[in-house]
Design a protein around this ligand. Sequence first.
Ligand code: FAD
Length: 515
Amino acid sequence: MELFWHRRDLRAADNVGLAAATGADDDADRGPAAPVFVFDPDILEHASDVRVRRLLDGLAALRDDYRERGSDLLVARGDPETVLPRLADALDAERVVWNRDYSGLARERDAGVRRALDGVDVAREAHHDAVLHDPDAIRTNAGDPYSVYSYYWKKWTDRATDDPAPTPTGEGLVDADRLADAVDAVDWDDAADAVADGGDADAGSVTADAGLNGLAVGDLPAPADLGFAEPDAEVGPAGTAAARERLDEFLDEAVFAYEAERDYPAKGATSRLSAFLKYGEIGVREAYAATEEAMAEAESDARPDDAPEQVEEYQQQLAWREFYAQVLFHNPEVVTSNFKEYEAGIEWRDDPEEIAAWKRGETGYPIVDAGMRQLRQEAFMHNRVRMIVASFLTKDLLADWRHGYDHFREKLADHDTANDNGGWQWAASTGTDAQPYFRIFNPMTQGERYDPDAEYIKEHVPELRGLDADLIHEWHELSPTQRANAAPEYPAPIVDHSERREAALAMYKRARGED
Ligand code: FAD
């Protein structure tokens, strides 16, 4: 019997650690395994309404997958260092198994859990699962981690990939009745006593607080039980079945025009897989194998000559995800610090009112406001628009990228520390492979180029719906009277892009010690 600890891998299929723990990978000596998810207060401290909702939806889908196999999902709350040894003991488990998580906070947590399990003499095992190629696998010829994506990509794409991990059957899983017995057998009282005595506060968090009674079979809490509210945004579907449906649909047709259309937000030409990948509801080996099948089709006569490039461009995005995962793994400090420091330091302007207008989607730059409002409404934003709003915050408002990162972290359902941080630092010219500081997006020409008919803008900014696209793209040039006549509810630009562009150049020059 083994205990499998789910974290960012909310799926039964193509789950390397689970396949090992259940014996699905053909090791007859392994399994059955009891799956558990632990609501860890330290991790919840960094969560948001949107992400808690999305997490609960993913857990519900995972639990239902287990129920279909005669098993269930154990749901616990507390410090994993306390919960897991107790649970392993109650189940008489030989081993606790999990998949690695590469962020700094998660690695600290996992080190604590390893120590706690050593203390009670339970074996443990961690697997590489979240990425195709683990963060140490791809290095420069000198043995260093890569900080330039294009070189990383070449090695990434040339490496052999593993097949998807086999899915466990009911036989590899502990059945639901036995899980219920194990829950009854866990003695939480001594933990409560410890708290009452002013003892181990962490241990107390596994007891009867938050409506979870420490541990339950399949019962998921409501967001309020965890200290969160229902989000205003629609977070979209969750779970493996929904992820597969979305990927299949995307690979059926859209992938063959991906490179040509991915930058146009109104076209909906991207896979919208990011939240599924973030919560691990689809395995990356499975997703990649599916793109390889699309590549075979692209190379056949059935598709235009440029189809392989289109599919490869999509595979490149999966590689960006792994590139940023390895950047974070090797540089955990980037979560709060610049990857690339400027000699004299950047003196951000950080005007609170401008930052607040950006967050509300009321900057008077239509494409920026459309993006910020999409974020609020859908807990998602199109990639091109993420780049535009990030450039606007850092290079038009001259605000520290950390304001933007924190806002995205709160509002995005797909928030992923590595990708979000990588995206922000790229936009702020402080990251790896840094976009040179003098490349500053013009929000009006970006809007005109990537949303020529203003379809995306009109979808998210109702005040502009009645206007011709030309007028929308000229918004910054209109007189106050023209603006008042055209769309009285929509704000004038809060800053002058040309002026701010010069100010940004000066700010970066000073930061480089050139002034
Ligand atoms: P697709 O175009 O279909 O791409 C497929 C998958 O590849 C994505 O689901 C994602 O997992 C990965 N991917 C695509 N682009 C990137 C990229 N530039 N970097 C890393 N991985 C990528 N992505 C997140 O998953 N979480 C974030 O928190 C996040 N924050 C971002 C913040 C900023 C400022 C920027 C500029 C980008 C950010 N991205 C983030 C990357 C990208 O915008 C999203 O992954 C993408 O928009 C998700 O939509 P999709 O699934 O339709 O992408």
